[in-house]
Design a protein around this ligand. Sequence first.
Ligand code: AIR
Length: 166
Amino acid sequence: MEKPKVLVLLGSDSDLGVIEDGLAFLRKTGVPHTVDISSAHRDPEKTVNYAKNARQEGIEVIIAVAGMAAHLPGVIASHTTLPVIGVPASGGILKGKDALYSIVQMPKGVPVASVGIDAGRNAAILACEILSIKYDSVAKALTELKTDLKRENEQKSLNIRNKLSS
Ligand code: AIR
Protein backbone atom coordinates (compact mmCIF):
# COMPACT_ATOMS: atom_id res chain seq x y z
CA MET A 1 0.00 0.00 0.00
CA GLU A 2 1.59 3.26 -1.07
CA LYS A 3 -1.09 5.66 -2.22
CA PRO A 4 -3.81 6.75 0.27
CA LYS A 5 -6.54 4.12 0.66
CA VAL A 6 -8.72 6.04 3.11
CA LEU A 7 -9.99 9.55 2.49
CA VAL A 8 -10.93 11.36 5.71
CA LEU A 9 -13.02 14.49 5.21
CA LEU A 10 -14.09 16.81 8.03
CA GLY A 11 -16.90 19.36 7.90
CA SER A 12 -14.70 21.83 9.79
CA ASP A 13 -11.40 22.09 11.64
CA SER A 14 -13.48 22.03 14.85
CA ASP A 15 -14.15 18.31 14.11
CA LEU A 16 -10.48 17.33 14.28
CA GLY A 17 -10.60 16.14 17.91
CA VAL A 18 -13.28 13.60 16.95
CA ILE A 19 -11.04 11.77 14.50
CA GLU A 20 -7.60 12.08 16.12
CA ASP A 21 -7.74 8.61 17.74
CA GLY A 22 -8.93 7.22 14.43
CA LEU A 23 -6.02 8.78 12.57
CA ALA A 24 -3.65 7.32 15.17
CA PHE A 25 -5.19 3.88 14.56
CA LEU A 26 -4.74 4.22 10.78
CA ARG A 27 -1.10 5.24 11.32
CA LYS A 28 -0.47 2.33 13.70
CA THR A 29 -2.06 -0.08 11.23
CA GLY A 30 0.05 1.29 8.39
CA VAL A 31 -2.91 2.37 6.28
CA PRO A 32 -2.04 5.35 4.04
CA HIS A 33 -4.70 8.02 4.26
CA THR A 34 -5.36 11.62 3.42
CA VAL A 35 -7.21 14.21 5.52
CA ASP A 36 -8.89 17.45 4.48
CA ILE A 37 -11.64 19.89 5.46
CA SER A 38 -14.59 19.95 3.06
CA SER A 39 -17.90 21.34 4.26
CA ALA A 40 -20.86 20.04 2.25
CA HIS A 41 -22.54 23.41 2.76
CA ARG A 42 -19.68 25.92 2.69
CA ASP A 43 -17.85 24.38 -0.26
CA PRO A 44 -20.19 21.91 -1.96
CA GLU A 45 -18.16 21.83 -5.20
CA LYS A 46 -15.02 20.72 -3.38
CA THR A 47 -16.98 18.01 -1.55
CA VAL A 48 -18.52 16.70 -4.76
CA ASN A 49 -15.14 16.71 -6.53
CA TYR A 50 -13.58 14.68 -3.74
CA ALA A 51 -16.43 12.18 -3.91
CA LYS A 52 -16.43 11.90 -7.70
CA ASN A 53 -12.65 11.47 -8.01
CA ALA A 54 -11.97 9.27 -4.98
CA ARG A 55 -12.20 5.87 -6.71
CA GLN A 56 -9.96 6.81 -9.62
CA GLU A 57 -7.46 8.28 -7.13
CA GLY A 58 -7.17 4.82 -5.56
CA ILE A 59 -9.25 5.54 -2.44
CA GLU A 60 -11.13 2.45 -1.17
CA VAL A 61 -13.05 3.77 1.85
CA ILE A 62 -14.20 7.27 2.82
CA ILE A 63 -14.66 8.51 6.39
CA ALA A 64 -16.68 11.72 6.76
CA VAL A 65 -16.91 13.57 10.08
CA ALA A 66 -19.49 16.30 10.57
CA GLY A 67 -21.61 17.93 13.24
CA MET A 68 -25.03 19.62 13.40
CA ALA A 69 -26.83 19.37 9.99
CA ALA A 70 -24.26 16.75 9.04
CA HIS A 71 -24.88 16.25 5.34
CA LEU A 72 -21.25 15.61 4.42
CA PRO A 73 -21.31 11.77 4.49
CA GLY A 74 -24.64 11.66 2.63
CA VAL A 75 -23.56 14.10 -0.07
CA ILE A 76 -20.37 12.10 -0.59
CA ALA A 77 -22.35 8.84 -0.78
CA SER A 78 -24.56 10.43 -3.46
CA HIS A 79 -21.52 10.88 -5.71
CA THR A 80 -19.51 7.68 -5.19
CA THR A 81 -19.99 3.93 -5.10
CA LEU A 82 -17.23 3.58 -2.47
CA PRO A 83 -18.27 2.73 1.10
CA VAL A 84 -18.78 5.87 3.21
CA ILE A 85 -18.51 5.82 7.00
CA GLY A 86 -20.08 8.79 8.77
CA VAL A 87 -18.96 10.06 12.17
CA PRO A 88 -21.49 12.33 13.92
CA ALA A 89 -19.64 15.05 15.85
CA SER A 90 -21.05 16.30 19.16
CA GLY A 91 -19.93 19.94 18.80
CA GLY A 92 -23.37 21.53 18.24
CA ILE A 93 -25.99 22.58 20.79
CA LEU A 94 -27.86 19.26 20.32
CA LYS A 95 -24.64 17.41 21.24
CA GLY A 96 -24.44 15.19 18.16
CA LYS A 97 -27.98 13.74 18.09
CA ASP A 98 -28.75 16.09 15.20
CA ALA A 99 -25.66 14.87 13.33
CA LEU A 100 -26.40 11.22 14.14
CA TYR A 101 -29.92 11.44 12.72
CA SER A 102 -28.69 13.39 9.67
CA ILE A 103 -26.10 10.73 8.94
CA VAL A 104 -28.00 7.55 9.71
CA GLN A 105 -31.38 8.37 8.14
CA MET A 106 -30.32 8.09 4.52
CA PRO A 107 -32.90 7.43 1.80
CA LYS A 108 -33.21 3.96 0.28
CA GLY A 109 -30.42 3.25 -2.21
CA VAL A 110 -27.83 5.63 -0.74
CA PRO A 111 -26.41 3.98 2.39
CA VAL A 112 -23.96 5.57 4.80
CA ALA A 113 -22.48 3.40 7.56
CA SER A 114 -22.67 5.43 10.75
CA VAL A 115 -20.62 4.89 13.87
CA GLY A 116 -21.58 6.40 17.22
CA ILE A 117 -21.35 10.07 18.18
CA ASP A 118 -17.67 11.14 18.28
CA ALA A 119 -16.62 7.52 17.57
CA GLY A 120 -13.75 8.39 15.25
CA ARG A 121 -11.64 5.44 16.35
CA ASN A 122 -14.43 2.99 15.52
CA ALA A 123 -14.74 4.60 12.09
CA ALA A 124 -11.06 3.91 11.47
CA ILE A 125 -11.40 0.32 12.71
CA LEU A 126 -14.42 -0.23 10.45
CA ALA A 127 -12.50 1.24 7.50
CA CYS A 128 -9.66 -1.18 8.27
CA GLU A 129 -12.12 -4.09 8.45
CA ILE A 130 -13.28 -3.23 4.94
CA LEU A 131 -9.67 -2.99 3.71
CA SER A 132 -8.76 -6.26 5.45
CA ILE A 133 -10.75 -8.17 2.81
CA LYS A 134 -7.94 -7.25 0.43
CA TYR A 135 -4.88 -6.51 2.59
CA ASP A 136 -3.44 -9.25 4.81
CA SER A 137 -1.35 -6.80 6.86
CA VAL A 138 -4.53 -4.97 7.88
CA ALA A 139 -6.27 -8.25 8.75
CA LYS A 140 -3.30 -9.16 10.96
CA ALA A 141 -3.44 -5.79 12.77
CA LEU A 142 -7.15 -6.31 13.44
CA THR A 143 -6.52 -9.77 14.89
CA GLU A 144 -3.97 -8.17 17.23
CA LEU A 145 -6.56 -5.56 18.21
CA LYS A 146 -9.01 -8.35 19.16
CA THR A 147 -6.30 -10.01 21.27
CA ASP A 148 -5.62 -6.70 23.06
CA LEU A 149 -9.34 -6.18 23.72
CA LYS A 150 -9.63 -9.70 25.15
CA ARG A 151 -6.59 -9.12 27.40
CA GLU A 152 -8.04 -5.81 28.66
CA ASN A 153 -11.37 -7.48 29.36
CA GLU A 154 -9.64 -10.27 31.30
CA GLN A 155 -7.74 -7.68 33.36
CA LYS A 156 -11.00 -5.85 34.16
CA SER A 157 -12.59 -9.14 35.14
CA LEU A 158 -9.67 -9.95 37.45
CA ASN A 159 -9.73 -6.46 38.98
CA ILE A 160 -13.43 -6.51 39.77
CA ARG A 161 -13.33 -10.04 41.17
CA ASN A 162 -10.42 -9.04 43.44
CA LYS A 163 -12.25 -5.89 44.53
CA LEU A 164 -15.49 -7.68 45.32
CA SER A 165 -13.84 -10.50 47.20
CA SER A 166 -11.78 -8.23 49.51
N1 AIR B 1 -20.64 21.72 9.35
C1 AIR B 1 -19.82 22.46 8.56
N2 AIR B 1 -20.40 22.60 7.36
C2 AIR B 1 -21.57 21.95 7.38
C3 AIR B 1 -21.72 21.41 8.65
N3 AIR B 1 -22.75 20.66 9.08
C4 AIR B 1 -20.41 21.32 10.73
C5 AIR B 1 -18.99 20.92 11.03
C6 AIR B 1 -18.88 21.17 12.52
C7 AIR B 1 -19.97 22.19 12.79
O1 AIR B 1 -20.68 22.38 11.58
O2 AIR B 1 -18.79 19.56 10.68
O3 AIR B 1 -19.16 20.00 13.28
C8 AIR B 1 -19.43 23.54 13.26
O4 AIR B 1 -18.49 24.04 12.33
P1 AIR B 1 -17.64 25.36 12.63
O5 AIR B 1 -16.76 25.57 11.44
O6 AIR B 1 -18.62 26.45 12.84
O7 AIR B 1 -16.82 25.05 13.87
